[in-house]
Write a protein that binds this ligand. Structure first.
Ligand SMILES: Nc1ncnc2c1ncn2[C@@H]1O[C@H](COP(=O)(O)OP(=O)(O)O)[C@@H](O)[C@H]1O
Ligand SMILES: CC(C)(COP(=O)(O)O)[C@@H](O)C(=O)NCCC(=O)O
Length: 315
């Protein structure tokens, strides 16, 4: 049952799945077989109905909003008699661990890059800004991974500020779910039209971090923010399911942090994943992620099987 609390009623317009699906209207965007195959490659579990009902209307809305911002920029450039700026439009995607942020981000990246007005869409995840594993261990933060203090927020704010300023090449650290650590390799962001920044912390204001790195916040640089939402029992189940999938694939890799879990029985693996949820990801959701939800411009509410059943859009 989809919830719609009193704060949300004051701030958002609510659309049931079918109402939202109709807002696709005549999206001048047709997906070829190759495009669909590409989207399938992002996540073979996502249905075509989910793409057409939820993501096409969303890409239409974002295209209109980005277009308004681009036009305003042109007006300002003309008024000031200056060269067009290279400042990208920044979209953030927040939500719990395992809610489907990275899947949503990758689908939006693929769909938004089809629009001729903004073909270059880059995607960065804030996982790369977690402190390296050795630092987390040294600081006793391994059981707090994903909590505000486990991220180098200063580096993240510097990164987003440089991208927003239109710098020609900005490096972002990369994270690996296999090694559970930051990689040597970095990602270069080179003046995209749109940057999608995905991570559980993108709506956080860092009030519990030292004053010198508290402000500005990531959201000061973000033009449009999305929160992907679902009830906690579903999230815990999706986390356990993903853990079981990793066990069959990723964990068998010798360099995997969880390699010693590869030989567990299903039941043992489920118990370990449930315990990680109950001690780390669940408390982080309740304390630090869910309280940021109503800061978002748009809330995507998922129900059973990751199907979106309600969309909330800021009035
Ligand atoms: N729309 C969807 N339909 C079906 N499964 C999904 C969908 N989105 C995500 N998943 C699955 O849910 C799990 C978590 O998704 P993921 O994108 O990794 O989440 P996050 O980045 O928020 O941690 C993965 O196993 C993924 O395959
Ligand atoms: C890297 C993360 C903080 C963020 O995850 P994501 O939202 O990308 O799934 C998370 O996957 C994590 O490692 N949490 C700590 C507890 C755990 O091992 O799940």
């Amino acid at each position: 049952m989809t919830s719609y609390n009193s704060i949300q009623k004051a701030l958002y317009l609510a659309f049931q799945r079918q109402e939202w699906a109709q807002l696709r209207e005549a999206v001048p965007l047709t997906l070829s077989e190759a495009d669909l195959a590409n989207l399938r490659g992002i996540n073979e579990k996502i249905s075509l109905a989910e793409v057409t009902d939820i993501y096409l209307p969303l890409s239409r809305l974002l295209n209109l909003i980005v277009g308004t911002k681009q036009q305003r920029g042109l007006v300002l450039d003309e008024f000031l008699g200056q060269k067009p700026s290279n400042s990208p439009y920044i979209i953030s995607i927040a939500g719990s661990v395992a809610v489907g942020k990275s899947t949503t981000a990758r689908i939006l990246q693929a769909l938004l890059s089809h629009w001729p007005e903004h073909p270059k869409v880059d995607l960065v995840t804030t996982d790369g800004f977690l402190y390296p594993l050795a630092d987390l261990k040294r600081k006793g933060l391994l059981q707090r991974k994903g909590f505000p203090e486990s991220y180098d927020m200063k580096l993240l704010v510097e990164f987003i500020s440089a991208v927003k300023a239109g710098k020609s090449r900005v490096a972002a650290p990369l994270y690996s779910h296999v090694t559970y650590d930051r990689l040597e390799e970095q990602q270069l962001v080179c003046q995209p039209d749109i940057l999608i920044l995905e991570g559980l912390n993108v709506l956080q204001t860092g009030l519990d971090t030292p004053v010198d790195i508290r402000s500005p916040f990531v959201s000061d640089f973000v033009d449009f923010s999305i929160y992907v939402d679902a009830d906690e029992p579903l999230l815990k189940q999706w986390y356990i399911d993903r853990f079981l999938q990793f066990r069959q694939g990723t964990f068998s890799d010798k360099s995997s942090y969880f390699h010693h879990y590869a030989t567990l029985t299903d039941e043992e693996a489920k118990q370990i994943a449930a315990n990680i949820w109950d001690t780390i990801n669940g408390p982080n959701l309740q304390l630090n992620i869910q309280p940021t939800r109503e800061r978002a411009h748009l809330i995507l509410q998922k129900g059973q099987d990751h199907l979106m059943d309600q969309v909330l859009l800021r009035k």
